[in-house]
Design a protein around this ligand. Structure first.
Ligand SMILES: [Zn+2]
Length: 114
């Protein structure tokens, strides 16, 4: 079993097994914006230590047997988007439009049981 050397800010170097280290990658659309961390509970002081990592470190931890959890980018984030994002005025316009269209408001009131 591989021994992983990590550094606790309070205790200095500690030796850990692969199951004592957790690696996490939160993927972003641009790979350079992905957030990579690894974490462990210090075997000396018991503190939870979380550190930023680069892809090489994650790859090294993975090859040492550390399970790497990846949070992928939601598929809708990769969809092409056209037009500008909606803003407060758009929402307000929608509310005003709904208020002026009584049939929709009545149908919604009926379906909600009011
Ligand atoms: Zn410590």
């Amino acid at each position: 079993m591989a021994t992983i050397k990590a550094t606790c800010p309070s205790c200095g170097d500690v030796d850990l097994g692969p199951r004592q280290v957790r690696a996490h990658v939160v993927e972003a659309i641009e790979d350079s914006e992905s957030r990579r961390t690894y974490a462990f509970t210090c075997t000396t002081c018991g503190d939870e230590v979380i550190k930023l990592a680069d892809e090489d470190t994650i790859r090294l931890l993975s090859s040492a047997g550390v399970r790497v959890e990846r949070t992928p980018v939601p598929a809708e984030a990769r969809e092409p988007h056209r037009g500008r994002p909606i803003n407060y005025d758009d929402v307000l316009d929608l509310v005003l439009w709904l208020e002026s269209h009584d049939q929709i408001a009545e149908a919604m009131a009926l379906s909600s049981g009011r």
